[in-house]
Design a protein around this ligand. Structure first.
Ligand SMILES: [Fe+2]
Length: 270
């Protein structure tokens, strides 16, 4: 039987990599040290595969075809596509057997996710990976969750998808780690891009750390809109919460980092 080796969630703002030094020292160190701690915990958990649950920012999908969920069945992935991130482009091994098993389990559980053998990686996966596993040597599956264009899957639907993921992991021979990426409050490219919502971010993280982390599934979508459209990216966090069967998550680091235009958090699930 496989096991859920490790579960964590973190922000993936491109500024973390593209303009790292613009953030004040204390904020920068807080985030990067927490990400390094996640990398150490990930390493110690000895995963055979990592499932990244993350949105796509119109790299692979646009409004002409936008699935709620897409499971990457790539043999390997190329990326990042964004040269301006300042990180080397390369290949990351895929885990197509694990991905195919997840697809079958999803279909058997009332989900109909899209799948793709040709996903290209972008900052949503590559920025976190550059911090927690820069060697890029552990096979990955990218589960893309639509966090960009309405209608998007509900938080509860994301949670239930995560439970299917957990069930699948339990049937696998590998040890699998899951990493959610996205959020928290931000609105990149918008007029209000420099106006973050630390109140929302802290409330969200407090819910996750509480005895009832699934209370985050009841956050009204209107509240997400207030926190900026980047907060729609808490959906991957809901998927990973489902994969842990609703375990609390400890916040290792949080700061509203205006220089990176994002409320930046790093959390580890118990
Ligand atoms: Fe994003």
């Amino acid at each position: 039987m496989g096991d859920l080796a490790f579960a964590a969630a973190m922000s993936h703002a491109p500024g973390i990599a593209a303009f790292t030094d613009k953030a004040p020292e204390q904020q920068r160190r807080g985030f990067l040290d927490a990400a390094a701690a996640v990398g150490a915990l990930l390493d110690a958990s000895k995963p055979d595969a990592i499932v990244f649950v993350a949105p796509d920012h119109f790299t692979n999908f646009f409004v002409d075809r936008m699935p709620a969920f897409c499971v990457g069945i790539n043999d390997d992935y190329e990326g990042p596509v964004e040269k301006w991130l300042g990180m080397p482009k390369g290949r990351v091994p895929g885990a197509p057997d694990l991905a195919a098993h997840l697809l079958e389990a999803a279909m058997d559980s009332g989900f109909d996710p899209a799948f793709s053998r040709g996903l290209k990686l972008e900052h949503s996966v590559m920025v976190p990976m550059s911090l927690i596993r820069p060697q890029r040597d552990i096979p990955i599956v990218w589960i893309m969750v639509n966090c960009q264009v309405a209608p998007m899957p509900s938080l509860r639907r994301c949670y239930e998808f995560g439970r299917v993921l957990r069930k699948t992991i339990g049937l696998r021979p590998e040890r699998v780690a899951v990493i959610a990426t996205g959020g928290l409050s931000h609105a990149p490219g918008a007029a209000e891009a420099n106006r973050l919502d630390p109140e929302f971010d802290r409330e969200f993280l407090a819910m996750l750390a509480s005895e009832t982390p699934t209370s985050m599934l009841d956050i009204p979508l209107s509240r997400l809109d207030q926190a900026g459209f980047g907060s729609w990216e808490i959906r991957p966090w809901a998927v990973v919460l489902g994969a842990t069967e609703g375990r609390p998550a400890q916040t290792l680091s949080y700061a509203p980092i205006e220089a990176w235009q994002t409320g930046c958090a790093v959390s580890v699930f118990s």
